[in-house]
Write a protein that binds this ligand. Structure first.
Ligand SMILES: [Zn+2]
Length: 392
């Protein structure tokens, strides 16, 4: 068995950053953790005092490097995976926007073939899809094309699940829609995580969703109901339910643009280090120059404009996803929200892995997958390992 040691690193564990560490890797797994200089192997990589963290896991990401996962072609898949890999992402849950059944089928077919191809081995693990819609509130569509927004009719979602052949990991469904909670009850037993988002849910709807099995909230603050006043009385919404209830782990787009520092701090203070999952929600413009890009598939997507570090809808009023990469999210949480580095890392490693049930990912511990990232004090990525193979 060939093995190697990454020596002289500050290893990031869920509860601390440990300077002067060494990590031994073999057969795609983490074998042993020790003090600097204490582990031996055929090869020793000098980590030069850099941080060594578990590889980042992005569970809400539409594309990057010019490619959108909805393009349903190998070139776009490769471009998006490569762009995010360069920034430390080793596991990805490609995310679709609202579209029709036929396009979803094309996407699943193409993704299934790509995942099984030899080329996929040198790229981030594709863990299955996050479907963002089409069962969302028409009033909270955000950057989603309202043309494809439909109610969660049982025949339709059953056909989508059958067509996906096990590729659906997360489903963002507005829980107040008639039939949404029944759908969740049926499918969360089959391993699909339900996330409340693009929603006009009243607080009580959100509580019913939690009872039905919802465990996540999609991009907190974005496309989400909040307090309204009815006859003077304040009625809380999904945002307040997500903040209050520990059962809901909250996606946070910490690109430094979607949410200003005080809101990041408020979320951290309220939810704590274990109930936040950092997501990029990146579109195909991530890792690319400013300009006009299509959000969603080339054939059925919408034209959006990237400038000032974010994608804008043509109306200029709302955002259309980010151009962030995972390293940027960690950097923003540390620098703008004042979160300790090991906790910011946990929010994009251990937390998402736990939420989707990836028991061997998200932590530097013996027996875990050797998906690792080396970075400096400003979270600039200097090396990436996927299944124990150096890829960056
Ligand atoms: Zn999204």
């Amino acid at each position: 068995m060939s093995s190697f040691v990454i020596d002289n690193v500050t290893a990031i564990f869920p509860d601390r950053a440990a300077p002067d560490s060494a990590v031994k890797v073999g057969d795609g797994a983490i074998l042993e953790i020790g003090r600097r200089g204490s582990l031996t192997a055929e090869d020793v990589i000098d980590g030069e005092g850099l941080y060594l963290a578990p590889g980042f896991m992005d569970i809400h990401v539409h594309g990057g490097g010019g490619g959108d996962f909805m393009d349903a072609d190998d070139g776009s898949f490769r471009a998006a995976l490569t762009a995010h890999m360069k920034h430390g992402t080793t596991s990805i849950v490609p995310t679709t926007t609202c579209t029709d059944e036929a396009e979803l089928e094309r996407i699943f077919d193409s993704a299934g073939r790509f995942i099984a191809s030899p080329e996929a081995a040198g790229l981030p693990h594709v863990l299955g899809f996050h479907l963002e819609g089409p069962f969302i509130s028409p009033g909270q569509a955000g950057a989603q094309d309202p043309k494809y927004v439909v109610p969660p009719e049982e025949g339709l979602w059953r056909r989508i699940v059958d067509g996906a052949r096990g590729l659906i990991r997360i489903w963002t469904v507005a829980p107040e829609l008639p039939g949404a909670c029944e759908m969740c009850r049926e499918l969360c037993g089959e391993g699909i995580v339900f996330s409340a988002g693009h929603s006009d849910a009243a607080y009580d709807d959100a509580v019913r969703a939690i009872e039905a099995g919802y465990t996540m909230a999609t991009h907190l603050y974005s496309s989400m109901s909040t307090i309204v006043r009815r006859n003077g009385y304040r009625v809380p919404g999904l945002l307040e339910a997500a903040m209050l209830h520990d059962e809901l782990c909250c996606e946070v787009i910490a690109d430094g643009k979607h949410l200003p520092a005080p809101l990041l701090k408020l979320i951290y203070k309220t939810k704590g280090p274990d109930r936040i999952v950092l997501v990029t929600d990146a579109m195909r413009g991530a890792g690319m120059p400013d300009g006009d890009y299509i959000l969603g598939s080339r054939s059925q997507g919408q034209l959006v404009s990237v400038f000032d570090g974010i994608a804008h809808m043509p109306d200029g009023v709302s955002f259309a996803g980010s151009v962030a990469t995972a390293d940027r999210l960690v950097r923003v949480m540390v620098k703008e929200a004042g979160v300790p580095l090991h906790e910011a890392v946990k929010m994009i490693t251990k937390n998402p892995a736990r939420e989707i049930g990836e028991a061997k990912k998200g932590e530097i511990a013996p027996g875990f997958d050797a998906d690792l990232v080396l970075f400096d004090g400003d979270v600039n990525v200097k090396g990436v390992f996927i299944s124990g193979r150096r890829v960056v």
